[in-house]
Design a protein around this ligand. Sequence first.
Ligand SMILES: Nc1ncnc2c1ncn2[C@@H]1O[C@H](COP(=O)(O)OP(=O)(O)OP(=O)(O)O)[C@@H](O)[C@H]1O
Ligand SMILES: [Mg+2]
Length: 258
Amino acid sequence: MNTAVHIEKLTFKYDTDEVLKDIDIEIPKGSFVGILGPNGSGKTTLLKNICNILKPDNGKILINNKNVSNIKYKELAKIIAVVHQTSEIQFQFSVFDVVLMGRFPYLSRFQSEGKKDIEIAKEAMLSTGTWELRDKSINEISGGERQRVMIARALTQQPQILILDEPISHLDIKYQIGILDLCKKLNVENQITVIMTLHDINLAGRYSDYLILLDKGRIKVMDTPEKVLTQENISNVYDIEVDILKRNGDKTPYIIPI
Ligand SMILES: Nc1ncnc2c1ncn2[C@@H]1O[C@H](COP(=O)(O)OP(=O)(O)OP(=O)(O)O)[C@@H](O)[C@H]1O
Ligand SMILES: [Mg+2]
């Protein structure tokens, strides 16, 4: 198997608090992976370990078969782009400038962006519906608009692996589907590996090739949505009772809380 991200025996602690335990995952290149789990189960911490923002206490993470801690910052930024759950931008940059910053891995220290960089940023903004916002200040747009701008910036990085931490949490239903469709298109047409945390179990099931269900820092199960979305798994991890429905001809199960 061609593996994009290989996590081996990963353990991670904040101080003494063990938040991730014995994580072993292989994410195939070109797959769309959804990470599910209750609040505080370790999803964000896992994503931050994958992109080398946090360092594991034990075990290792291989990106394209290379230990992530040995990959230089700019090299890693050409491979992985991340859209964080929350993002702080202190200065009054314009939306366009924020998106254009996604080109930094391709520019040397004092090199400014060229025509090609500007075109790539524009294309990312058109596909995320953010081009109209380009002249506004990044701190004077809505939460959902900002989320789409941060996705545009990640796309401008032209990564092989796109990591998104709850990318649709502030979006209305049209943009939720729009962003998920866009990620799926990039995944299918450009073979970009997509790794995404989501709280919407049904949307996660509909778009993902594989789901990872995290429970108190451990992997409860990683498999196809049909195998992961069972009454037993959902009630064990979320402590709720659910019905499982399938629409005619649909492979993916739908979860309805009862
Ligand atoms: N910077 C930190 N310092 C100490 N503990 C932290 C820190 N960040 C998170 N934690 C703790 O680690 C655990 C996992 O947090 P994490 O943010 O990874 O959860 P999550 O699954 O992403 O949750 P959510 O669905 O709410 O985003 C939680 O118990 C949280 O309180
Ligand atoms: Mg989180």
